[in-house]
Design a protein around this ligand. Structure first.
Ligand code: SF4
Length: 131
């Protein structure tokens, strides 16, 4: 799936609406990802210096990934960004550019659980933990 096709699919729904094509089998539902509770357990919670929506230049991305690297809810965070097609910010240690191929995998029918497993496979143990 091309980046343009993914972008087009994302633009076809209202912001804050979960993507309907995602296969949630064996992992979080869209409702679970939409809850606020897990966000309060994130390493960035209450830390306004976390560069959520800053431009993804090298320094900011590196800083954001330092937070995410030790975060106990990184898997859920990345899942939320993918399911809600977040266009900005570093979620679960993944920038918008990092998430593009993952979004394409979801659109191709690969289950969310497998996409998350693969995306986080090279990360440290903390990032692989479920929320
Ligand atoms: S993974 Fe990163 S962005 Fe997500 S809650 Fe944890 S520290 Fe915050």
């Amino acid at each position: 799936m091309t980046r343009r096709a993914v972008t087009t699919r994302v633009q076809q729904r209202d912001y804050g609406t979960p993507l309907q094509h995602v296969d949630h089998t064996g992992t979080y539902t869209a409702a679970q990802l939409d809850e606020q509770g897990w966000k309060l357990r994130g390493a960035c919670a209450g830390r306004p210096e976390h560069p959520w929506f800053d431009r993804a230049n090298g320094t900011e991305t590196h800083h954001a990934r330092r937070f995410c690297g030790g975060c106990p809810v990184a898997r859920m965070c990345l899942a939320a960004a993918l399911v809600f097609a977040e266009e900005y910010g570093t979620w679960g240690g993944h920038t918008p550019t990092d998430r593009q191929p993952l979004a394409a995998q979801l659109l191709a029918g690969i289950p969310l659980r497998a996409v998350l497993d693969h995306a986080l496979a090279g990360d440290d143990t903390a990032r692989k933990r479920s929320a």
